[in-house]
Design a protein around this ligand. Sequence first.
Ligand code: BMA
Length: 352
Amino acid sequence: MNKFILTMAALMIATVAGAKSPVKKLYKRLLKLEKKGVMIGHQDDPLYGTTWKWDVGRSDVKETCGDYPAVMGFELGGIENGGDKSLDGVPFDRIRKEIVLHHNRGGIVTISWHPWNPVTGNNAWDPKGKAVAGVLPGGAQNAKFKGWLLTVAAFMKSLKTDGGKAVPVIFRPWHEMSGGWFWWGKDSCTPDEYQQLFRYTVDQLKAAGVSNLLYCYCPGGTVGETEANYMKFYPGDRYVDMLGVDVYNSSSTADYVARTKKELDVMRKIARERRKLYALTETGYRNTPQADWFTTGMWAAVKGSGASYVLLWRNAWDQPEENFGPAPEKSCADDFRKLAEEPEALFLNDVK
Ligand code: BMA
């Protein structure tokens, strides 16, 4: 990419901010890092692991291979209800601290959000109630939803270094809409309603003074591996900085590698045309039953793809069957160390 295009790309970012703003710096940094390799990420990495929780300074990734992941993912689900802990039982104060800490050590942060269903009062995995139409302007839940967005805005704005500088993060709201399991999923709204939801979210956050976010559009699960399928819910270039996709290893590893490669090919094409970043925003093989999965599955799928990062989902402290990252005692630990030796697999020390 030549300098002109790079500058143009930087100008296109959805977030309004000054030329030297932290979010623009992050955007440019990500564009550069894409050429160096694929960053390795892990959800909730410094909060808990397979055998521990809440300890400070720990990380299953670091304890396996000696370095922190370059990218850490955090989750805001539950913040909309005004509670002090997320749906995974993590205090939001602790999440804020870890986000700033990872930024200070030179890492990159991404945030997901699984808010409760505003109509039924059940969790995000309740597709009933036509809740997307409900939260849009004119809908019965719009006032409540606006309040939720103000709460999210307050959290985003509170992400600051000790010196008062904004911490830039990649925000990935309304993910996996191409599946039918969430209240914002394909069976619960029309593509047009989805697009309105995405735009409304970005517009309201900006109106509330949020300027430290890159926005990621992220189908998942059953995307369908074609450009048309990928773009079905796309809210528009002005609202999106990064393209993402969530793909898990569910049947065979060969199938996972093939599907993931196809999705990445589709995203790369769109990303190059529209000058967006792109990443494998969630992945994993539940409990990693294959000892060499990180190199022959995940890395085989993303190596050389040009993707910004790959984020392994969490090693859940509260659900033993939800375990996607490495850990020292897991049979895949040696293989993860092998991955860490790959020059193009970027950990914290490779990017800071
Ligand atoms: C999902 C699962 C849930 C969790 C949610 C938010 O994919 O891991 O157990 O509550 O993410 O972290």
